[in-house]
Design a protein around this ligand. Structure first.
Ligand SMILES: [Fe+2]
Ligand SMILES: [Fe+2]
Length: 199
């Protein structure tokens, strides 16, 4: 069942107060930027409920700063197999479970967008793509970068630009640290680059 506009608004009000209890101020500032970018990109790319995109942004990193045992106990409780999911992506998988368990908050589209915001996925829905790109635009890396406004404009014109930038940035960062790169991230890099080259 889809969330009504009133429900979306009520949840936004609620999570604006609740999320800061779970993250540091720096992370909260990132979350607010991601939520705003998600709403803007939703408007630019015809996603039917821009406020719902904002809500997805608000919730996307709620478990980012939780310890391993919090993630693990959620995976056990909800019987979710996270074998092969790199450590830095665990929060994306635990966040929807945390939202369900603690607030009885669930929406299928938001769940998918949050779960896929770190690794990407082979068949992303529109909201998945919006949140993935918004997470890049709202990153500390972008916040410090003079090209941010240009990147935002380009992503408003073509969502694949922001998606490519995030996959590129993630892969470069992980290679630099000699970390494992999940196949979904390579896939996201290739798909977004191919579609940019087609234009
Ligand atoms: Fe995240
Ligand atoms: Fe994030």
């Amino acid at each position: 069942m889809n969330l009504t506009p009133t429900q979306v608004n009520d949840w936004i009000q609620f999570f604006q107060k609740e999320i800061p209890n779970h993250v540091t101020d720096t992370r909260w500032q990132h979350i607010l930027r991601v939520a705003s970018y998600a709403k803007e990109l939703a408007l630019a790319h015809g996603y039917e409920d821009p406020d719902k995109a904002y809500l997805a942004g608000l919730c996307h990193d709620i478990t980012k700063q939780k310890k391993m045992d919090v993630h693990q106990s959620l995976f056990t409780e909800f019987n979710l197999d996270t074998n092969g999911i790199p450590f830095q992506a665990l929060h994306a998988y635990s966040a929807p479970l945390f939202l369900k368990k603690n607030y009885d908050f669930y929406d299928q589209e938001i769940q998918s967008a949050i779960q896929n915001h770190t690794l990407g996925n082979p068949k992303p829905a529109l909201l998945d793509q919006i949140l993935y790109a918004a997470d890049f635009l709202g990153s500390d890396y972008c916040y410090r970068n003079l090209d941010l406004e240009e990147w935002f404009q380009k992503t408003k014109e073509n969502l694949d630009f922001g998606i490519f930038m995030k996959a590129f940035q993630t892969i470069s960062f992980l290679m630099e640290k000699k970390e494992i790169i999940h196949p979904y991230t390579f896939y996201t890099y290739n798909q977004s680059l191919l579609s940019l080259k087609e234009i």
